[in-house]
Design a protein around this ligand. Structure first.
Ligand code: ZN
Ligand code: ZN
Length: 369
């Protein structure tokens, strides 16, 4: 991974945002920039050098991970209190020069309390300024190393569907199916799941985020399985919907409509297309099938070090897709109290369109258990 290049590009963009330095506190951003994966960190990025503040627990790990990331211009400071206060004290130390210093902070990851504490330590010429999401913007476009890791994560994630198919039976509890899938994920090397496994059976399939519960799979009905792993730091995300027992024609109709919507959205993914256009492609299919009112969430999201990243594929999103972006395409239709269907894949935007990761077209025909 080109951590040094990421830091260099971030630094060169600070000036145009009228910042002298950026205090990175969102941990996935810290990891992205310098390779450090610990749970306590603040990374100060400035053209006078970069400093990683962490605490005593991470002394060895920080040294090793920064060496692996080959970021030679990043110093490590072990803070006595919190990494954030360590950074504040460092910034407050008297320095030469009389001009005001503008330090950017990441407003989405800093609480009001943290900001107050920072401000109380930083007096005089250091001013805090909410920075735009500079690191998040850089993270949207993945490099070849990242795409390789995401591909591996998606492949491991995809293999869990086989376990789901083997385990889903009338009478089995949803949590048992999830447990079997998660055990397999760990055996495959996953650090964990990228979110609580969603397993929503029968009427619960209409609940968009129906985490696996104690409910038992009924004799007949849909089961929505939405699952993802974290492998080497990168997330996967996939949804398959199966039907237990012979599906009535309306169930097939609903399923086929969602599948058609997903295929239309995938076909709309290309460089220069807006996020809204991809969302619109899915919605148009469901409108034609008189199901638009049951599609109540956005069509997809970016993913990478985090399960939900920019861009968001929804109405009104004018962001243009670029090669290297990695996004999910996951339309669904949910009839409250009755049933629901969602189908989700991860795609990489290429120079001419997109590539579906771990494609498995066969399992997208309605699987009947
Ligand atoms: Zn998902
Ligand atoms: Zn998703």
């Amino acid at each position: 991974m080109d951590h040094a290049g990421r830091l260099r590009r971030l630094l060169s963009g600070l000036g145009e945002n009228r910042l002298d330095s950026l205090l990175v506190t969102h941990l996935p951003n810290v990891r992205y920039l310098c390779g450090f994966t610990g749970s306590a960190a603040a990374l100060l990025v400035s053209d006078r050098g970069c400093i990683l503040f962490t605490d005593g627990r991470y002394r060895t790990q920080a040294r090793e991970e920064l060496a692996d990331a080959k970021v030679r211009n990043v110093r490590i400071v072990i803070a006595r209190k919190s990494p954030l206060l360590g950074a504040a004290e460092w910034l407050a130390a008297p320095r030469s020069g009389s001009a005001a210093v503008f330090v950017g902070i990441e407003p989405e990851s800093i609480t009001a309390g943290m900001r107050d504490r920072l401000a109380s330590v930083l007096k005089g010429k250091t001013r805090l300024r909410s920075a735009p999401p500079l690191v998040e913007r850089a993270r949207m476009v993945k490099d070849a190393d990242e795409i390789l890791l995401i591909r591996r994560a998606v492949e491991l994630g995809a293999s869990l569907f086989r376990i789901a198919r083997e385990t889903i039976r009338p009478g089995v509890r949803e949590v048992e199916v999830a447990a079997a899938m998660e055990y397999e994920a760990r055996r495959g090397g996953a650090e964990g799941m990228s979110f609580s496994t969603i397993l929503a059976s029968g009427k619960r399939s209409a609940v968009i985020h129906g985490r696996a519960s104690e409910a038992r799979v009924p004799r007949r009905g849909f089961v929505v399985c939405d699952f993802g792993v974290i492998l080497a730091g990168y997330c996967s995300d996939r949804t398959r919907t199966v039907h237990v027992g012979q599906p009535p024609w309306e169930a097939r109709y609903l399923y086929e409509a969602v599948l058609e919507a997903q295929e239309a959205a995938i076909a709309a993914v290309r460089p220069g297309a807006t996020a809204a256009a991809v969302d619109g492609a899915a919605r148009r299919v469901l409108r034609r099938r008189k199901l638009a009112r049951y599609f109540t969430h956005s069509t997809g999201h970016g993913l990478g070090l985090e399960i939900h990243e920019a861009p968001r594929l929804a109405a009104g999103q004018s962001m243009k897709l670029e090669p290297g972006m990695v996004i999910t395409i996951e339309p669904g239709a949910y009839v409250p109290g009755k049933w629901g269907v969602r189908i989700e894949d991860v795609v990489v935007v290429t120079s001419s369109g997109c590539e579906v990761l771990a494609p498995a077209d066969k399992e997208k025909e309605l699987v009947v258990i």
